[in-house]
Design a protein around this ligand. Structure first.
Ligand SMILES: [Zn+2]
Length: 386
């Protein structure tokens, strides 16, 4: 261990009076950080022996920016002023005074900036690559039983909060289920996205929502009565359009999009928790999380691609589902136009607030470019299909 520093002349403001008291100061190396010893020269011969923690070590300065004098905060013991700035620096160096990271960050903005940049880049890289990669690996190992349990819970919540029982006649339901089953029967190696993944597909109908359809992990797909009604009202759509919508939802199931998002959310929370040293931010995933999720645009493209491939295999056109999509969009715009803002009738039509659209509203919720999407579907393909 190094030697004590040379003695420095100082003015001590003891906090009891406003008078400066001449003193001598010496720094001493110690295992728990540099100590500061002070002895007054005004006859009283008072001494202080302060540990590293009791001293408010002044911020260091870079070369050429030395302050005129050094001020040292001694907490309850007042403060010191030292004129010999260079002597203070030399004394610190001699006792190997090591500043804490926080101290270095205060003095050296470049260090602070570097730390912030590294932290930011780390979080970003984790989000950008770490999470999707980890999620893909984990999703492969998520058992179907876990998805089915999650869906059972979610369905209860959806039934309680968002939808009502269907009013479609049983015969009509059976008719649509027969078409759905034919699509499901087409799933083979070419339309499988996870080898060995065979979820029990099930088509459910519900009312109480606008025209829509959504898929839950493990093969449950829900279509609203309004959607079925819509396909009767919009020309050139019909059941073929509804089958296209169902094929899209089957795509979400086969790609296990929801499971991936639940896993990613979990990975992200654990990762961020570890990175920030706060694991209490861990979110308990479950049915409530499931209902709050919304598909990413990439997921929609994947499902459109899937639907195009499935409809092709079934020998059915994709134009009807595109017309249905445009029909719903048109109807929504009409509703918006009639609904309000009549004072500003010439303004461009706004879509509903994205936050107001929930995960349940899959078919129509997360597709910002409906016209472009419909055009691609009409051509029997979706952009970016591999
Ligand atoms: Zn979708």
């Amino acid at each position: 261990m190094s030697d004590p520093s040379p003695v420095l002349a100082a003015q001590w403001f003891d906090g009891r009076s406003s008078r400066a008291r001449p003193a001598r100061v010496q720094l001493l190396p110690a295992p728990d950080g540099t100590r500061l010893q002070l002895r007054t020269l005004d006859g009283a011969g008072e001494t202080l022996d302060l540990t590293h923690k009791q001293v408010g070590w002044p911020e260091r300065w870079s070369a050429g920016r030395a302050p005129p004098r050094v001020a040292v905060d001694l907490g309850a013991h007042g403060s010191l002023q030292i004129e010999d700035v260079a002597g203070w620096q030399a004394a610190l160096a001699q006792v190997n005074h090591r500043s804490s990271l926080a101290e270095r960050m205060q003095t050296r903005w470049s260090v602070l900036l570097t730390v912030l940049l590294i932290a930011g880049a780390g979080v970003w890289a984790f989000y950008r690559w770490g999470t999707p990669w980890a999620a893909t690996q984990i999703t492969r190992h998520v058992p179907l039983s876990w998805e089915l349990a999650l869906t059972q819970q979610a369905m209860k919540e959806i039934d309680r909060q968002y939808v009502k029982p269907t009013t479609l006649p049983p015969a009509r339901q059976a008719e649509l289920r027969a078409g759905f089953d034919k699509l499901v029967a087409l799933i083979g190696p070419g339309l499988q996205r996870y080898p060995g993944y065979r979820p029990p597909f099930k088509l459910e109908f519900r009312s109480g929502m606008g025209p829509n359809a959504f898929a839950l992990p493990g093969g449950t797909i829900v279509m609203t009565d309004a959607m079925v009604e819509q396909a009767r009202a919009v020309p050139n759509t019909g059941d073929t359009a509804l089958l296209g919508v169902l094929a899209h939802e089957i795509g979400h199931v086969e790609h296990r999009h929801t499971t991936r998002m639940v896993v990613e959310q979990g990975v992200l929370n654990v990762g961020l928790g570890l990175a920030l040293g706060d694991v209490s931010t861990l979110v308990s995933s479950g049915a409530s999380l499931l209902t709050g999720l919304s598909y990413r645009r990439g997921h929609e493209t994947e499902s459109d691609c899937y639907a195009a491939a499935m409809m092709k295999k079934a020998g059915l056109p994709t134009a009807p589902m595109a017309d249905l999509l445009l029909g719903i969009e048109h109807q929504m715009e009409e509703k918006m136009r009639r609904g309000g803002k009549s004072a500003n009738a010439s303004a461009p039509v706004e879509k509903p607030e994205p936050t107001a659209r929930r995960r349940q509203a899959d078919w129509f919720s997360t597709h910002p470019d409906t016209v472009g999407r419909a055009e691609r579907l009409k051509a029997g393909q979706a952009l970016g299909c591999s």
